[in-house]
Design a protein around this ligand. Sequence first.
Ligand SMILES: NC(=O)c1ccc(NCc2cccc(O)c2)nc1
Length: 246
Amino acid sequence: MDISVVSLFPEMFAAVSDYGVTGRAVQNGLLKIQCCNPRDYTTDRHQTVDDRPYGGGPGMVMKTAPLEQAIQAAKASVAPGATVIYLSPQGRPLDQEGLVELAQRPSLVLLAGRYEGVDERLIEAEVDEEWSIGDYVLSGGELAAMVMIDGLSRLLPGVLGHHLSAEQDSFAEGLLDCPHYTRPEHYRGRAVPDVLLSGNHEVIRRWRLKQSLGRTWLRRRDLLQKVELSDEQNTLLAEFIREHND
Ligand SMILES: NC(=O)c1ccc(NCc2cccc(O)c2)nc1
C-alpha cells in the first residue's frame, strides 16, 4: 500500500518506517511511506506554517497555502485515487473494522494536523474522510496517523509471517485476546495451564476461544453486544460464566 503523510514533523514517521513489522513491510515493498512537509512550501523568510484564527481565541491554525500545496504534492506522489484522510478528535472512531476497510484502499494521504487544527474550508475542499483514534486530544495528528498505519499494515497480505495470525486475531472476531504463556513452565509460583502443554491442538483452540470470550464478557461486555456468537462460542461462554460464578 502507498501512503503519503502530510506533517510538519516527518522524522517522527521513522517509528513506523524503520522498526518492527511495519519497518519490514516497508523493506519488503509491501508498504510505502512518503512524507510531505508544509514547511517546504512556505515562501516567507520565517517559513511560517501557522496563522491566527479568525474570531480570536487561543492557539493558532495551520496556514492554508503551504498545507494545500503539501497535500497536492502528497496526492501526486501516490497512486491516483488516493483517499485523503484527516486525523482529528472530530473523526469517525477507528476500530478493527475500520482498519479492514482502510486496508482495501489502493493509496492513502494522511493529514497530520498541529496547533488547533486546519481551516475548515481546506477540510471541505481536500479531505475525503476524517478519522479519530480515540476521544482525546494529542499535540498533533502524527501519532494518530502512525497508529492507523501500524494497524492497517498488519492486514496487508504478506506482512504478518503467519497469514492466519490476522484472521485468527481475536480482535478480528471482535473479541479480546486470550492469555499467552511462554517459558519457564513455572514462573513466580504460577504454572502454565495444563491444556497448553497437552499438545492437543483442538482442545487448545477451544480453550483459547473460551478465554477470549470469557475475558470479553468480564472486561468489555459492550464488545460482546456487537458480535454474533456461533453455537460453539455460546456454549464456551456459558461454560466460562458458569465456572466464574461457581
Ligand atoms: N483522537 C485523535 O485521533 C487525534 C487526532 C489529532 C490530534 N491532534 C491534532 C489535532 C488535529 C485537529 C484538531 C485538533 O483539535 C487536534 N489529537 C487527537
